[in-house]
Design a protein around this ligand. Structure first.
Ligand SMILES: [Zn+2]
Length: 476
Protein backbone atom coordinates (compact mmCIF):
# COMPACT_ATOMS: atom_id res chain seq x y z
CA UNK A 1 0.00 0.00 0.00
CA UNK A 2 1.48 3.39 -0.93
CA UNK A 3 1.52 5.92 1.94
CA UNK A 4 -1.10 8.68 2.06
CA UNK A 5 1.56 11.32 1.37
CA UNK A 6 2.75 9.53 -1.81
CA UNK A 7 -0.91 9.25 -2.99
CA UNK A 8 -1.32 12.99 -2.34
CA UNK A 9 1.86 13.89 -4.27
CA UNK A 10 0.77 11.70 -7.17
CA UNK A 11 -2.71 13.33 -7.27
CA UNK A 12 -1.16 16.83 -7.08
CA UNK A 13 1.14 16.02 -10.05
CA UNK A 14 -1.90 14.81 -12.00
CA UNK A 15 -4.05 17.90 -11.43
CA UNK A 16 -1.26 20.52 -11.68
CA UNK A 17 -1.54 21.10 -15.50
CA UNK A 18 -5.30 21.83 -15.16
CA UNK A 19 -5.16 24.51 -12.42
CA UNK A 20 -3.43 27.71 -11.28
CA UNK A 21 -2.86 26.07 -7.89
CA UNK A 22 -3.98 22.92 -6.06
CA UNK A 23 -3.65 21.73 -2.47
CA UNK A 24 -4.62 18.82 -0.22
CA UNK A 25 -5.41 19.04 3.50
CA UNK A 26 -5.24 15.58 5.06
CA UNK A 27 -6.75 15.34 8.53
CA UNK A 28 -6.92 12.48 11.00
CA UNK A 29 -8.70 12.98 14.31
CA UNK A 30 -9.18 10.55 17.21
CA UNK A 31 -11.79 11.68 19.79
CA UNK A 32 -12.57 9.93 23.07
CA UNK A 33 -15.23 10.74 25.65
CA UNK A 34 -15.00 9.43 29.22
CA UNK A 35 -17.97 10.26 31.46
CA UNK A 36 -18.54 9.32 35.11
CA UNK A 37 -21.90 10.16 36.72
CA UNK A 38 -22.57 9.79 40.44
CA UNK A 39 -19.57 7.49 40.86
CA UNK A 40 -20.38 5.18 37.94
CA UNK A 41 -18.58 5.13 34.57
CA UNK A 42 -21.26 6.00 32.00
CA UNK A 43 -19.50 6.57 28.66
CA UNK A 44 -16.25 5.24 27.19
CA UNK A 45 -16.47 6.05 23.49
CA UNK A 46 -13.85 6.64 20.83
CA UNK A 47 -14.19 7.69 17.19
CA UNK A 48 -11.70 8.07 14.35
CA UNK A 49 -12.40 10.58 11.56
CA UNK A 50 -10.04 10.73 8.58
CA UNK A 51 -10.20 12.24 5.12
CA UNK A 52 -8.82 14.86 2.75
CA UNK A 53 -9.99 18.14 1.27
CA UNK A 54 -8.82 18.75 -2.31
CA UNK A 55 -8.74 22.43 -3.20
CA UNK A 56 -8.11 24.04 -6.60
CA UNK A 57 -7.73 27.53 -8.03
CA UNK A 58 -9.29 27.71 -11.51
CA UNK A 59 -10.13 30.92 -13.44
CA UNK A 60 -9.39 33.00 -10.30
CA UNK A 61 -11.84 31.02 -8.19
CA UNK A 62 -11.18 28.59 -5.31
CA UNK A 63 -13.22 25.37 -5.25
CA UNK A 64 -13.26 22.19 -3.17
CA UNK A 65 -14.11 18.50 -3.08
CA UNK A 66 -13.61 16.23 -0.07
CA UNK A 67 -13.04 12.49 0.06
CA UNK A 68 -12.48 9.74 2.63
CA UNK A 69 -10.83 7.63 -0.12
CA UNK A 70 -7.15 8.45 0.39
CA UNK A 71 -5.80 6.33 -2.49
CA UNK A 72 -4.20 8.16 -5.45
CA UNK A 73 -7.25 7.36 -7.60
CA UNK A 74 -9.67 8.49 -4.85
CA UNK A 75 -7.87 11.82 -4.53
CA UNK A 76 -7.72 12.16 -8.33
CA UNK A 77 -11.51 11.72 -8.56
CA UNK A 78 -11.99 14.39 -5.86
CA UNK A 79 -9.74 16.76 -7.83
CA UNK A 80 -11.78 16.08 -11.01
CA UNK A 81 -14.96 17.05 -9.11
CA UNK A 82 -13.30 20.16 -7.66
CA UNK A 83 -12.08 21.32 -11.10
CA UNK A 84 -15.47 20.68 -12.78
CA UNK A 85 -17.53 22.54 -10.14
CA UNK A 86 -15.03 25.40 -9.96
CA UNK A 87 -15.07 25.85 -13.76
CA UNK A 88 -18.87 25.85 -13.67
CA UNK A 89 -19.10 28.46 -10.89
CA UNK A 90 -16.05 30.68 -11.41
CA UNK A 91 -18.02 33.23 -13.47
CA UNK A 92 -19.97 34.04 -10.29
CA UNK A 93 -16.95 34.33 -7.95
CA UNK A 94 -16.99 37.07 -5.27
CA UNK A 95 -13.40 38.03 -6.11
CA UNK A 96 -10.68 36.97 -8.57
CA UNK A 97 -7.97 35.25 -6.55
CA UNK A 98 -4.41 34.35 -7.56
CA UNK A 99 -1.99 31.60 -6.55
CA UNK A 100 -0.15 34.06 -4.28
CA UNK A 101 -3.20 34.01 -1.96
CA UNK A 102 -2.02 30.57 -0.80
CA UNK A 103 1.46 31.07 0.70
CA UNK A 104 3.99 28.25 0.20
CA UNK A 105 4.23 27.57 3.94
CA UNK A 106 6.66 25.00 5.29
CA UNK A 107 7.01 23.83 8.85
CA UNK A 108 5.52 21.84 11.68
CA UNK A 109 3.72 22.28 15.00
CA UNK A 110 3.14 20.07 18.01
CA UNK A 111 0.99 20.98 21.04
CA UNK A 112 2.98 21.75 24.16
CA UNK A 113 2.27 19.04 26.74
CA UNK A 114 4.02 17.27 29.61
CA UNK A 115 2.80 13.70 28.97
CA UNK A 116 1.42 12.27 25.71
CA UNK A 117 -2.27 11.37 25.74
CA UNK A 118 -1.18 8.01 24.28
CA UNK A 119 0.77 7.36 27.49
CA UNK A 120 -2.25 8.08 29.70
CA UNK A 121 -4.29 4.93 30.36
CA UNK A 122 -8.08 4.65 30.43
CA UNK A 123 -7.92 3.30 34.01
CA UNK A 124 -5.95 6.33 35.21
CA UNK A 125 -8.45 8.77 33.67
CA UNK A 126 -11.51 6.85 34.87
CA UNK A 127 -10.09 6.60 38.43
CA UNK A 128 -9.56 10.37 38.46
CA UNK A 129 -13.13 11.03 37.27
CA UNK A 130 -14.61 8.55 39.79
CA UNK A 131 -12.62 10.24 42.58
CA UNK A 132 -13.96 13.64 41.42
CA UNK A 133 -17.63 12.60 41.61
CA UNK A 134 -16.96 10.97 45.01
CA UNK A 135 -15.48 14.24 46.26
CA UNK A 136 -18.70 16.03 45.21
CA UNK A 137 -20.82 13.78 47.45
CA UNK A 138 -21.00 16.24 50.36
CA UNK A 139 -24.73 15.90 50.94
CA UNK A 140 -27.83 14.05 49.73
CA UNK A 141 -28.92 17.36 48.17
CA UNK A 142 -26.16 16.93 45.53
CA UNK A 143 -28.34 14.92 43.17
CA UNK A 144 -26.13 14.95 40.05
CA UNK A 145 -22.35 14.80 40.06
CA UNK A 146 -20.66 14.52 36.65
CA UNK A 147 -17.05 14.38 35.48
CA UNK A 148 -16.50 14.40 31.70
CA UNK A 149 -13.18 14.19 29.87
CA UNK A 150 -12.95 14.79 26.11
CA UNK A 151 -9.59 13.82 24.61
CA UNK A 152 -8.73 14.71 21.03
CA UNK A 153 -5.61 13.90 19.01
CA UNK A 154 -5.56 15.63 15.64
CA UNK A 155 -3.05 15.55 12.81
CA UNK A 156 -3.42 18.02 9.93
CA UNK A 157 -0.98 17.80 7.01
CA UNK A 158 -1.16 20.21 4.05
CA UNK A 159 0.51 19.87 0.66
CA UNK A 160 0.23 22.04 -2.46
CA UNK A 161 1.56 22.44 -5.99
CA UNK A 162 3.59 25.52 -4.93
CA UNK A 163 5.65 23.40 -2.47
CA UNK A 164 3.54 24.12 0.61
CA UNK A 165 4.10 21.38 3.17
CA UNK A 166 3.02 21.66 6.81
CA UNK A 167 2.48 19.08 9.56
CA UNK A 168 0.55 20.00 12.69
CA UNK A 169 -0.25 17.69 15.64
CA UNK A 170 -2.63 18.70 18.38
CA UNK A 171 -3.29 17.13 21.79
CA UNK A 172 -6.52 18.60 23.17
CA UNK A 173 -8.23 18.00 26.50
CA UNK A 174 -11.48 19.34 27.89
CA UNK A 175 -12.16 18.24 31.47
CA UNK A 176 -15.51 19.35 32.89
CA UNK A 177 -16.91 18.89 36.41
CA UNK A 178 -20.54 19.69 37.30
CA UNK A 179 -22.40 19.42 40.61
CA UNK A 180 -26.16 20.00 40.83
CA UNK A 181 -27.82 20.56 44.21
CA UNK A 182 -31.63 20.37 44.41
CA UNK A 183 -34.28 20.93 47.06
CA UNK A 184 -38.01 21.22 46.34
CA UNK A 185 -38.46 23.09 43.05
CA UNK A 186 -35.07 24.86 43.27
CA UNK A 187 -31.85 23.53 41.75
CA UNK A 188 -28.40 25.07 41.31
CA UNK A 189 -25.48 23.81 39.21
CA UNK A 190 -21.84 24.77 39.63
CA UNK A 191 -19.13 23.77 37.15
CA UNK A 192 -15.37 23.84 36.69
CA UNK A 193 -13.47 23.14 33.50
CA UNK A 194 -10.00 22.95 32.08
CA UNK A 195 -9.90 23.15 28.31
CA UNK A 196 -6.74 23.51 26.28
CA UNK A 197 -3.78 21.84 24.57
CA UNK A 198 -2.50 19.48 27.23
CA UNK A 199 -1.56 15.87 27.76
CA UNK A 200 -2.27 13.41 30.57
CA UNK A 201 -0.98 15.89 33.18
CA UNK A 202 -4.52 17.37 33.35
CA UNK A 203 -5.64 14.30 35.31
CA UNK A 204 -3.66 15.28 38.41
CA UNK A 205 -5.96 13.67 40.94
CA UNK A 206 -5.33 15.98 43.91
CA UNK A 207 -6.16 19.17 42.00
CA UNK A 208 -9.19 17.69 40.24
CA UNK A 209 -10.58 16.35 43.53
CA UNK A 210 -10.06 19.76 45.20
CA UNK A 211 -11.95 21.51 42.38
CA UNK A 212 -14.72 18.88 42.58
CA UNK A 213 -15.21 19.49 46.32
CA UNK A 214 -15.26 23.26 45.72
CA UNK A 215 -17.98 23.15 43.01
CA UNK A 216 -20.12 20.84 45.19
CA UNK A 217 -19.74 23.22 48.13
CA UNK A 218 -20.65 26.20 45.92
CA UNK A 219 -23.77 24.42 44.58
CA UNK A 220 -25.00 23.80 48.16
CA UNK A 221 -24.30 27.46 49.08
CA UNK A 222 -26.23 28.69 46.03
CA UNK A 223 -29.23 26.54 46.94
CA UNK A 224 -29.60 28.45 50.24
CA UNK A 225 -28.62 31.87 48.83
CA UNK A 226 -31.05 34.74 48.16
CA UNK A 227 -31.77 35.81 44.58
CA UNK A 228 -29.43 38.36 42.96
CA UNK A 229 -30.69 41.97 43.46
CA UNK A 230 -31.62 44.13 40.44
CA UNK A 231 -30.34 47.59 39.53
CA UNK A 232 -27.38 49.49 38.09
CA UNK A 233 -24.20 48.56 39.94
CA UNK A 234 -20.49 47.88 39.50
CA UNK A 235 -19.65 44.43 38.16
CA UNK A 236 -16.50 42.33 38.53
CA UNK A 237 -16.35 39.45 36.04
CA UNK A 238 -14.10 36.45 36.63
CA UNK A 239 -12.05 34.94 33.74
CA UNK A 240 -14.52 32.08 33.12
CA UNK A 241 -17.25 34.63 32.33
CA UNK A 242 -14.90 37.11 30.59
CA UNK A 243 -14.28 34.25 28.14
CA UNK A 244 -17.89 34.35 26.94
CA UNK A 245 -18.01 38.18 27.05
CA UNK A 246 -14.92 38.34 24.79
CA UNK A 247 -16.16 35.57 22.51
CA UNK A 248 -19.60 37.03 21.81
CA UNK A 249 -19.01 40.79 21.94
CA UNK A 250 -15.46 41.05 20.48
CA UNK A 251 -14.68 37.82 18.60
CA UNK A 252 -17.81 37.36 16.51
CA UNK A 253 -18.40 41.04 15.57
CA UNK A 254 -14.78 41.38 14.36
CA UNK A 255 -14.93 38.43 11.92
CA UNK A 256 -14.39 39.98 8.51
CA UNK A 257 -16.55 37.43 6.68
CA UNK A 258 -19.48 38.48 8.89
CA UNK A 259 -18.72 42.15 8.22
CA UNK A 260 -18.63 41.34 4.46
CA UNK A 261 -22.10 39.74 4.81
CA UNK A 262 -21.12 36.09 4.10
CA UNK A 263 -22.81 34.90 7.31
CA UNK A 264 -26.00 37.00 7.18
CA UNK A 265 -28.25 34.02 6.42
CA UNK A 266 -26.96 31.95 9.28
CA UNK A 267 -24.70 33.17 12.10
CA UNK A 268 -25.57 36.83 11.46
CA UNK A 269 -23.97 40.16 10.55
CA UNK A 270 -22.01 42.65 12.68
CA UNK A 271 -22.58 46.13 14.10
CA UNK A 272 -18.94 46.85 13.08
CA UNK A 273 -18.58 48.50 9.65
CA UNK A 274 -15.50 48.38 7.41
CA UNK A 275 -14.85 52.12 8.02
CA UNK A 276 -14.69 51.53 11.80
CA UNK A 277 -11.19 49.99 11.67
CA UNK A 278 -8.65 52.55 12.86
CA UNK A 279 -11.46 54.86 14.13
CA UNK A 280 -13.98 53.15 16.41
CA UNK A 281 -13.47 53.56 20.18
CA UNK A 282 -14.54 50.02 21.11
CA UNK A 283 -14.02 50.50 24.84
CA UNK A 284 -12.15 52.41 27.54
CA UNK A 285 -8.41 53.09 27.25
CA UNK A 286 -7.81 50.03 29.50
CA UNK A 287 -9.06 47.67 26.79
CA UNK A 288 -6.34 45.76 24.92
CA UNK A 289 -7.27 42.65 22.97
CA UNK A 290 -5.06 40.37 20.90
CA UNK A 291 -5.37 37.46 18.49
CA UNK A 292 -2.74 34.97 19.65
CA UNK A 293 -2.53 31.40 18.27
CA UNK A 294 1.13 31.34 19.38
CA UNK A 295 0.37 31.13 23.12
CA UNK A 296 1.08 27.60 24.39
CA UNK A 297 -1.64 25.44 25.95
CA UNK A 298 -4.60 27.48 24.71
CA UNK A 299 -7.29 25.51 22.90
CA UNK A 300 -6.76 27.09 19.45
CA UNK A 301 -2.96 27.39 19.25
CA UNK A 302 -1.31 26.57 15.92
CA UNK A 303 1.53 27.57 13.62
CA UNK A 304 -0.35 27.82 10.28
CA UNK A 305 -3.97 28.34 9.32
CA UNK A 306 -5.60 26.11 6.69
CA UNK A 307 -4.65 28.55 3.90
CA UNK A 308 -0.92 28.28 4.71
CA UNK A 309 -0.79 31.66 6.46
CA UNK A 310 1.82 31.61 9.28
CA UNK A 311 0.21 32.46 12.63
CA UNK A 312 1.36 35.60 14.45
CA UNK A 313 0.15 37.45 17.50
CA UNK A 314 -1.68 40.64 16.44
CA UNK A 315 -3.36 43.43 18.42
CA UNK A 316 -7.05 43.78 17.49
CA UNK A 317 -7.88 46.59 19.93
CA UNK A 318 -5.24 48.82 21.53
CA UNK A 319 -6.02 51.34 24.31
CA UNK A 320 -9.69 50.94 23.35
CA UNK A 321 -9.19 51.71 19.63
CA UNK A 322 -10.28 49.12 17.03
CA UNK A 323 -7.32 48.32 14.75
CA UNK A 324 -7.70 44.93 13.07
CA UNK A 325 -10.34 42.38 12.12
CA UNK A 326 -10.46 38.59 12.25
CA UNK A 327 -10.08 37.90 8.56
CA UNK A 328 -8.03 35.49 6.49
CA UNK A 329 -5.94 36.46 3.45
CA UNK A 330 -9.09 36.02 1.30
CA UNK A 331 -11.22 38.33 3.49
CA UNK A 332 -8.35 40.84 3.72
CA UNK A 333 -8.14 40.97 -0.10
CA UNK A 334 -11.91 41.35 -0.48
CA UNK A 335 -12.33 44.02 2.23
CA UNK A 336 -9.02 45.88 1.99
CA UNK A 337 -8.79 45.60 5.80
CA UNK A 338 -5.99 44.24 8.01
CA UNK A 339 -6.58 40.70 9.33
CA UNK A 340 -4.92 37.64 10.85
CA UNK A 341 -4.06 33.98 10.13
CA UNK A 342 -7.49 32.56 11.02
CA UNK A 343 -8.64 30.63 7.91
CA UNK A 344 -9.78 27.42 9.61
CA UNK A 345 -12.00 24.44 8.90
CA UNK A 346 -13.74 22.23 11.45
CA UNK A 347 -13.06 18.99 9.57
CA UNK A 348 -11.51 17.44 6.44
CA UNK A 349 -14.91 17.77 4.70
CA UNK A 350 -15.33 21.53 5.26
CA UNK A 351 -13.75 24.52 3.48
CA UNK A 352 -11.98 27.01 5.77
CA UNK A 353 -13.69 30.26 6.84
CA UNK A 354 -12.77 33.13 9.19
CA UNK A 355 -12.66 31.82 12.77
CA UNK A 356 -11.56 33.16 16.14
CA UNK A 357 -8.69 30.97 17.41
CA UNK A 358 -7.34 32.48 20.66
CA UNK A 359 -8.71 35.97 21.39
CA UNK A 360 -7.26 37.27 24.65
CA UNK A 361 -7.71 40.34 26.84
CA UNK A 362 -4.29 41.68 27.83
CA UNK A 363 -3.75 41.76 31.64
CA UNK A 364 -3.42 45.04 33.54
CA UNK A 365 -1.89 45.70 36.96
CA UNK A 366 -4.57 45.17 39.63
CA UNK A 367 -4.94 42.22 41.96
CA UNK A 368 -8.49 40.85 42.36
CA UNK A 369 -8.56 42.39 45.88
CA UNK A 370 -7.70 45.79 44.40
CA UNK A 371 -10.53 45.50 41.83
CA UNK A 372 -13.04 44.56 44.55
CA UNK A 373 -11.60 47.30 46.79
CA UNK A 374 -12.65 49.96 44.25
CA UNK A 375 -16.33 48.97 44.48
CA UNK A 376 -18.71 50.69 46.90
CA UNK A 377 -21.71 48.62 45.88
CA UNK A 378 -21.65 45.90 43.27
CA UNK A 379 -21.38 42.22 42.48
CA UNK A 380 -18.76 39.69 41.41
CA UNK A 381 -19.96 37.05 38.92
CA UNK A 382 -18.29 33.81 37.80
CA UNK A 383 -18.86 31.02 35.26
CA UNK A 384 -21.24 31.47 32.36
CA UNK A 385 -24.63 29.81 32.58
CA UNK A 386 -26.68 31.38 29.79
CA UNK A 387 -26.24 33.80 26.92
CA UNK A 388 -28.25 35.71 24.37
CA UNK A 389 -26.93 38.26 21.88
CA UNK A 390 -28.48 39.75 18.75
CA UNK A 391 -27.48 39.02 15.12
CA UNK A 392 -25.32 42.17 15.02
CA UNK A 393 -23.51 41.14 18.23
CA UNK A 394 -24.65 44.35 19.86
CA UNK A 395 -27.33 43.97 22.57
CA UNK A 396 -26.68 41.09 24.96
CA UNK A 397 -27.86 39.44 28.16
CA UNK A 398 -25.66 36.93 30.02
CA UNK A 399 -26.30 34.80 33.12
CA UNK A 400 -23.72 33.35 35.52
CA UNK A 401 -23.65 30.42 37.93
CA UNK A 402 -22.31 32.29 40.94
CA UNK A 403 -22.71 35.83 42.34
CA UNK A 404 -21.19 37.49 45.39
CA UNK A 405 -22.20 40.96 46.58
CA UNK A 406 -19.53 43.63 47.11
CA UNK A 407 -20.10 46.35 49.73
CA UNK A 408 -17.59 49.04 50.74
CA UNK A 409 -14.78 47.25 48.91
CA UNK A 410 -15.37 43.86 50.50
CA UNK A 411 -16.86 40.60 49.24
CA UNK A 412 -20.08 39.71 51.07
CA UNK A 413 -23.05 37.39 50.68
CA UNK A 414 -23.42 34.80 47.91
CA UNK A 415 -26.46 35.36 45.62
CA UNK A 416 -28.01 33.00 43.10
CA UNK A 417 -29.21 33.48 39.50
CA UNK A 418 -27.10 36.58 38.72
CA UNK A 419 -27.45 38.15 35.25
CA UNK A 420 -26.41 41.36 33.49
CA UNK A 421 -27.16 43.03 30.19
CA UNK A 422 -25.65 45.70 27.99
CA UNK A 423 -24.81 47.01 24.53
CA UNK A 424 -21.34 46.09 23.27
CA UNK A 425 -19.48 49.42 22.86
CA UNK A 426 -21.23 51.08 25.83
CA UNK A 427 -20.38 48.04 27.98
CA UNK A 428 -16.68 48.01 27.08
CA UNK A 429 -16.47 51.80 27.60
CA UNK A 430 -17.39 51.06 31.25
CA UNK A 431 -14.25 48.92 31.73
CA UNK A 432 -12.63 50.58 34.76
CA UNK A 433 -10.16 47.98 36.04
CA UNK A 434 -8.16 45.09 34.55
CA UNK A 435 -6.65 42.36 36.70
CA UNK A 436 -3.02 41.34 36.44
CA UNK A 437 -3.49 37.54 36.58
CA UNK A 438 -5.10 35.96 33.55
CA UNK A 439 -6.54 32.50 33.10
CA UNK A 440 -7.08 30.65 29.82
CA UNK A 441 -10.41 28.99 29.04
CA UNK A 442 -11.79 27.47 25.87
CA UNK A 443 -14.70 25.78 24.22
CA UNK A 444 -14.97 23.08 21.53
CA UNK A 445 -18.39 24.40 20.47
CA UNK A 446 -18.19 27.68 18.50
CA UNK A 447 -20.69 27.29 15.65
CA UNK A 448 -20.70 29.11 12.31
CA UNK A 449 -20.88 28.57 8.55
CA UNK A 450 -23.12 26.85 6.02
CA UNK A 451 -22.78 23.87 6.06
CA UNK A 452 -22.28 24.10 9.81
CA UNK A 453 -18.79 24.07 11.30
CA UNK A 454 -18.28 23.65 15.06
CA UNK A 455 -14.76 24.65 16.01
CA UNK A 456 -12.42 25.09 19.00
CA UNK A 457 -11.59 28.51 20.40
CA UNK A 458 -9.59 29.80 23.37
CA UNK A 459 -9.90 32.98 25.44
CA UNK A 460 -7.54 34.14 28.18
CA UNK A 461 -8.51 37.03 30.43
CA UNK A 462 -7.90 38.44 33.89
CA UNK A 463 -10.82 39.48 36.12
CA UNK A 464 -12.22 42.87 35.03
CA UNK A 465 -14.23 45.67 36.68
CA UNK A 466 -17.08 47.43 34.83
CA UNK A 467 -18.92 50.50 36.22
CA UNK A 468 -22.68 51.00 36.38
CA UNK A 469 -23.93 47.80 34.68
CA UNK A 470 -27.61 46.75 34.50
CA UNK A 471 -27.76 43.69 36.82
CA UNK A 472 -30.80 41.53 37.53
CA UNK A 473 -31.75 38.29 39.28
CA UNK A 474 -33.77 35.28 38.12
CA UNK A 475 -33.55 32.42 35.65
CA UNK A 476 -32.54 34.33 32.50
ZN1 LIG B 1 -18.96 31.36 18.70
Amino acid sequence: MPSVSSSIHSALRGVAPLVQWAGVRHSRELTAHRVVRNGLPQTNASALDEGAMCEVLVDGHFGHAATADLSASGLQRAFERAVATTQATSARGAYRFEARHRPAAQGSFRSARVRDLDATGLAEITDCLVAATAAMQLSDLLVTRVAHAMLVQTQIDCYATNGMQTQQNFDLVSLQLAATAAQGSESQTRTWSRTGQFGGEVFAREEVVAQAARVAHDALDLLQAPNCPSGAMDLVLMPDQMMLQIHESIGHPLELDRILGDERNYAGWSFVKPEDFGHLRYGSHLMNVCFDPTREHQFASYAFDDGGHAARKEMLIEDGLLLRGLGSIESQERSGLPGVANFRSASWNRAPIDRMANINLVPGSSTLEELVGQVEYGILMASNRSWSIDDYRNKFQFGCEHGQLIEDGRLGAVVRNPNYRGVTVDFWSRLAGVGRDDEAHGTPYCGKGEPSQVIRVGHASPPCLFRGIDVFGGQA
